[in-house]
Write a protein that binds this ligand. Structure first.
Ligand code: NAP
Length: 279
């Protein structure tokens, strides 16, 4: 089977690294010549080009570009492929992508491997990135079952755990566990630097340790990614942020009223709930 990968970065490169040794023939397309050359040189792909026409004979194509380019790339790709070519993507938001692509290419299965690192680009690609991690597929009523089966088999061969859900449920779930944490963590850092006494800020910076490191990590990451999350998952993220604001208001009210029992009750509930969200 020939697998096409568009976007030889962290996710696309890591997919290629894992799939090629399993006997799939990997055709890679990336924006930069040098990335294509490096992918060939490292033996990550069988063939590489900056031209989407390389993928004319691929059986299944994974679009692994930045999220804003997924739909434009599919539009550009369509003239080069035949109707039985299966397209899938790895974008971290599903509803807008699935809606737009379904209208132009029904043989499409939305996907999202829930794995990554803080790095990007082909140099960041690593083997076994997806093993033991969830891989979400979001077929809709009109998605051909054969296409779903093929993408599921490929994703399973990575050692991933497959989850099926609607694009909307996917986006609501990732709003809670991925996109809200970025905004909360960014809000934490913004609040700290909002302290008006410079010497207190300096002292806080010197005293900050593992707790601050954990809670500020995702808020101190790539701003472009945060904006993408907000742009493409706006509705679900806003709902999560509004719920978060209500939770904060309740915490503030408990502390203002010195209602330590209520506060303790809340903290007991969160202590109990946390393990359910961790592997
Ligand atoms: P990345 O490391 O930046 O990789 C994307 C690659 O796409 C770039 O390295 C670039 O390669 C290539 N590219 C850019 N424009 C292109 C174009 N017009 N045509 C072909 N290739 C193009 O980003 P990533 O982290 O792998 O993310 C890719 C996708 O995976 C995103 O949609 C993201 O939502 C999703 N995702 C990310 C993570 C994560 O944690 N990072 C997890 C799950 C899913 P060159 O410029 O070098 O050619």
């Amino acid at each position: 089977m020939k697998i096409g990968i568009v976007g030889l970065g962290l996710i696309g490169g890591s997919l290629a690294l894992d799939l090629r040794p399993k006997g799939y023939r990997i055709l890679g397309v990336s924006r930069k010549e040098e990335t294509c050359r490096a992918a060939l040189h490292r033996g990550i792909v069988d063939d590489a080009s900056t031209n989407l026409s390389l993928l004319a004979t691929a059986d299944a194509i994974f679009i692994c570009s930045p999220i804003s380019l997924i739909v434009p790339i599919v539009k550009e790709l369509i003239p080069h492929v035949s109707a039985d070519t299966i397209l899938t993507d790895v974008g971290s938001v599903k509803t807008p992508i699935v809606q737009e692509i379904n209208e132009i290419w029904p043989n499409f299965v939305g996907g999202h491997p829930m794995a990554g690192t803080a790095e990007s680009g082909l140099d960041a690609a690593i083997s076994n990135l997806f093993a033991g991690r969830p891989y979400v597929l979001t077929p809709v009523e009109t998605t051909p079952p054969e296409a779903v089966k093929t993408v599921e088999e490929i994703a399973r061969s990575l050692g991933s755990q497959i989850y099926f859900c609607t694009p909307e449920d996917h986006d609501r779930a990732v709003a809670w566990i991925s996109h809200l944490p970025v905004m909360v963590s960014a809000g934490l850092i913004a609040s700290c630097i909002g302290e008006t006494d410079g010497k207190v800020v300096k002292l806080a910076q010197n005293l900050a340790s593992s707790g601050f490191k954990d809670t500020s990590r995702v808020g101190g990451g790539n701003p472009e990614l945060g904006v993408m999350m907000a742009r493409y998952n706006r509705g679900a993220l806003l709902r999560s942020l509004q719920q978060y604001r209500r939770t904060l208001d309740k915490l503030i009210a408990d502390i203002e009223r010195e209602d330590w029992d209520s506060l303790e009750q809340q903290l007991k509930e969160t202590q109990q709930a946390r393990p359910d969200f961790l592997p």
